[in-house]
Design a protein around this ligand. Structure first.
Ligand code: NDP
Ligand code: 2IT
Length: 444
């Protein structure tokens, strides 16, 4: 049996109850087969793959918090410190009722390769809780964040592990988490990113994942003789990534006609009004029915449906496995020419294969959504030198990193005879860097 198949079989046996983690590992190991085969002896000798698929450690803890009525609730908190071969653990915190160890292991594993692709010195980690921020008051969210950090502070630090936001964790939550860390440790350090601009945050971090996704797309389209200008696009999600992806797509001359949240979706034939969307989601924290109320020409539909809308390019920006084989077929039937992942693993393995086989461009989240964590690393640099850079400077660095990632994954795929297979290109390029660092540092 090949080394990849042996390790995959063991991973499947040991993690049978974590389907998302198995999905992420399967995608990576399958696509680095050629590299592993060419270096089998070297990698086997140090059990490289076995170490790569096992997190350095997983911390889980109890998070008790009190609601506004005085009732006490208990949530689970986690931090998965996956791999620090190339820098301190780095990756977001997710607060969502679906969070369990398997989701955070998949996200932490993806983060290792994504962070390697940024070219910046950051390892991979992820954390979060099954806490649901929907419908909670600010005071409840604050008490939850304080309780969460009261345990997490023991394991994080500017040179150890630097969390940030993800689903359900934005500027408000990062602020409360940072405040509690500072209070408990009596120190002021950049141990979190996505901070407010008055206390060490970086300009452009809020926009970075969405903007970065579009810079990346621009470059991939350029390599393939296509362009965004004049294109019709569909976006899913209505959170941090989706909002700034829509904003940048429109700045680059595309028309975005959809967005969605966990209860329904919007089709706006005139193009999504980003100012209205920001008001509904960032200020009111309301449902998309409020968007429809403000834009009578738009349609609101319950449930899922974004991928049935005719488009040139599609950007899944909500959550994992939101684009399945039926959705991929609908996109193909409607003439869609490319899918660029803003979320982490939003496309199922089956849908990814279908998209690639049907001549559409496809880039995986670990490459196309890396702008968020890259800008987090720029925030860490600014914190370390106790300076802050202008928006223009950060945006220029973000753009150059995203163009660079597009070029890197394109050339890695070509090097192994898989031109245009950006999934393979991203996994190979990320893996090569992490593997070299792990081998150089000895068995641990
Ligand atoms: P937000 O919490 O800001 O927004 C998430 C959006 O997706 C919301 O519109 C939410 O709807 C919707 N959503 C979440 N879960 C589901 C679900 N199970 N079914 C349907 N819709 C859902 O998160 P982000 O925008 O930050 O994250 C979106 C994706 O991008 C995630 O996969 C995340 O891991 C990834 N990502 C985020 C980065 C960042 O910097 N924030 C960086 C790189 C990747 P509702 O409001 O109804 O819950
Ligand atoms: O998935 C991701 O890359 C993020 N949620 C951002 C992580 C970060 O540390 O900025």
């Amino acid at each position: 049996m090949s080394y990849v198949d042996e390790v995959l079989a063991a991973v499947k046996m040991k993690n049978a109850h974590e389907p998302e983690f198995l999905q992420a590992v399967t995608e990576v190991l399958e696509s680095i087969r050629a590299v592993v085969d060419a270096n089998e002896e070297k990698y086997r000798k140090v059990a490289l793959l076995e170490r790569l698929v096992e997190p350095d450690r997983i911390i889980t803890f109890r998070v008790p918090w009190t609601d506004d009525k005085g009732e006490v609730h208990v949530q689970r908190g986690y931090r998965v410190q996956f791999n620090n071969a190339i820098g301190p653990y780095k990756g977001g915190l997710r607060f969502h009722p679906s969070v369990y160890q398997g989701i955070l292991k998949f996200l932490g594993f993806e983060q290792v390769f994504k962070n390697a692709l940024t070219t910046l010195p950051i390892g991979g980690g992820k954390g979060g809780s099954d806490f649901d921020p929907h419908g909670k008051s600010d005071a409840e969210v604050m008490r939850f964040c304080q309780a969460f950090m009261t345990e997490l502070y023991k394991y994080v630090g500017a040179d150890i592990d630097v969390p940030a936001g993800d689903i359900g964790v934005g500027g408000r939550e990062v602020g409360y988490l940072f405040g509690q860390y500072k209070r408990i440790t009596n120190s002021y350090e950049g141990m979190l990113t996505g901070k407010g601009l008055t206390f060490g945050g970086s300009l452009i971090r809020t926009q970075a994942t969405g903007y970065g996704l579009l810079y990346h797309t621009e470059e991939i389209l350029r390599l393939n003789g296509q362009k965004l200008e004049g294109a019709t696009c569909v976006v899913s999600g209505a959170g941090n990534v989706a909002i700034y992806a829509i904003e940048k797509a429109q700045q680059l001359g595309a028309k975005v006609v959809t967005c969605s949240d966990s209860t329904g979706w919007i089709y706006d034939p005139d193009g999504i009004d980003v100012a209205v969307l920001k008001e509904v989601k960032e200020v009111m924290r309301a449902r998309l029915t409020e968007y429809k109320a403000a834009r009578p020409n738009a349609e609101y539909h319950e449930g899922k449906g974004v991928w049935t809308v005719k488009c040139d390019y599609a950007f899944p920006c909500a959550t994992q496995n939101e684009l399945d084989i039926e959705d991929a077929k609908a996109l193909a039937a409607n003439g869609c020419k490319g899918v660029f992942e803003g979320a982490n693993m939003p496309t199922t393995l089956e849908a990814t294969t279908y998209i690639q086989k049907n001549g559409m461009l496809f880039t995986p989240g670990k490459a196309s959504n890396a702008g968020g964590v890259a800008t987090s690393a720029l925030e860490m640099s600014q914190n370390s030198e106790r300076l802050s850079w202008s928006a223009e400077e950060v945006d220029a660095k973000l753009k150059s990193i995203m163009y660079g990632i597009a070029d890197t994954i394109a050339s890695a795929a070509e090097r192994y005879g898989m031109k245009g297979n950006y999934v393979a290109g991203a996994n190979i390029a990320g893996f090569e860097k992490v593997a070299e660092a792990m081998i150089a540092q000895g068995v641990y």
